[in-house]
Design a protein around this ligand. Structure first.
Ligand code: SF4
Length: 100
């Protein structure tokens, strides 16, 4: 049988292995300050002006649970944001499909 000391020691180790949740904060228009500015610049990740509605992360096929799963982005996002990779299953492209 393990002692309380051993149990406590093991429990403490488990807690140390858990990574910190990503720290996100909002910018002045309600978007999220990107965690990786270099990547954000490359993909033109923006926060829309307050009165603009239309294409945004909230209606993009790459947003899942407030996280962008696009291979070039992989960051928390929200519906106040958008980037050059915005896409939706129902988009009409007269020339065909986009390359991945
Ligand atoms: S691909 Fe761009 S527009 Fe779509 S969820 Fe990701 S960051 Fe937003």
């Amino acid at each position: 049988m393990k002692s309380y000391k051993d149990w406590k020691k093991k429990k403490g180790k488990k807690q140390e292995k858990q990574p910190d949740p990503p720290k996100v904060r909002n910018d002045r228009f309600g978007g999220l300050v990107p965690q990786d500015m270099k990547k954000a610049k490359h993909v033109d990740l923006i926060t829309l002006p307050p009165d603009i509605k239309g294409t945004n992360c909230g209606n993009c096929k790459f947003m899942e649970n407030n996280f962008c799963v696009h291979k070039e982005i992989q960051m928390p996002v929200n519906a106040r944001m958008c980037c050059k990779y915005w896409d939706n299953e129902e988009v009409e492209r007269p020339w065909g499909e986009m390359d991945d």
